[in-house]
Design a protein around this ligand. Structure first.
Ligand SMILES: Cc1ncc(COP(=O)(O)O)c(C=O)c1O
Length: 284
């Protein structure tokens, strides 16, 4: 069991209720907000309320709050207080396939922009991904590989994991420059690969390099290390080495051997928990 990968999609609308000179309570074009919510919901693959449901819900809420609204404060600011929540879930294979991943390079949607929040684990990073992922999955792909928003020429990352491209003894991975998540697995795999004599380059990796790569693989807490069997860019499908002879298999074994205590943790990566409560307490 480990802390679950989580994604939250949120969508909201904002409109005002007015108290007119005559003392009536009115809404300004609420059906327009309802329609905008429907557009947003479609983009985030959510089920929207109908226009009637939306207007009715707003109406009821306004009525219920008609005696409030004394302090006129609304704005974008960090909250004065936050709740820190840790939750756990059993996890299985993240991608429901036993072989390598078949990735689709997304040439339409962009995941993160320079100056945005792509480099931090913000919930907002997952909303742009969901529609692209749904479309790719319904076309038979396992996941989506996003390109940089600025040029659309360099690969960035997959929806929930980082990516490595292997050619000869060089592993290349996009740099941490604010648009991709600095994965802890990425960092660990880089170190393990260097340990066994590979060169690891953190640099812009052009989508064209996918054509010449021998191997491509993903890594992240959820996916661990996962070979990519193919990458499809427009109509071109490129295949890669997977299986026993793949470097990704070797790195997967190296990492999981450390995580599962099969080999000595010489890097001091594992933190032991002193289980004073005892697992039986939870199981009973
Ligand atoms: C967008 C994204 N990129 C990369 C990663 C990999 O990061 P890590 O290896 O720290 O799990 C994750 C997973 O959490 C992710 O959600």
């Amino acid at each position: 069991m480990h802390a679950m990968e989580s994604s939250f999609f949120g969508l909201f609308e904002g409109l005002k209720a007015y108290r007119t000179q005559m003392g009536r309570i009115t809404l300004f074009r609420p059906e327009q907000n309802a329609l905008r919510m429907q557009m947003g919901a479609d983009r985030l693959c959510m089920t929207p309320p109908s226009v009637d449901q939306f207007v009715e819900a707003v109406t009821q809420t306004v009525i219920a709050n008609k005696k409030w609204g004394v302090v006129a404060v609304l704005g974008i600011a960090s909250a004065p207080e936050y709740m820190f929540v840790v939750y756990v879930s059993p996890v299985g294979n993240y991608h429901k396939v036993s072989s390598g991943l078949n990735l689709k390079v997304d040439h339409t949607y962009r995941r993160a922009h320079t100056g945005g929040t792509g480099g931090v684990k913000s919930c907002t990073n997952y909303s742009p991904v969901v529609k692209s992922l749904r479309e790719a999955k319904s076309a038979g792909f396992s996941d989506v590989l996003f390109l940089d928003a600025a040029t659309g020429r360099n690969i960035e990352e997959v929806s929930t994991c980082n990516i490595f491209v292997v050619k000869e003894n060089i592993l290349s991975t996009p740099p941490i420059s604010g648009t991709i998540l600095p994965g802890i697995t990425r960092k660990s795999i880089s170190e393990l690969a260097r340990d066994i004599g590979y060169q690891v380059q953190e640099r812009d990796v052009s989508v064209d390099e996918l054509l010449e790569a021998e191997e491509v693989f993903c890594k992240g807490t959820a996916v661990v290390v996962r070979a990519v069997e193919s990458v499809t860019f427009y109509e071109t499908k490129i295949k890669y080495i997977t299986g026993e002879n793949a470097l990704s298999t070797k790195l997967h074994v190296m990492l999981t051997n450390i995580q599962m205590g099969v080999v000595e943790d010489t890097k001091d990566w594992m933190v032991e928990i002193n289980d004073t409560i005892g697992i039986d307490t939870f199981l009973n």
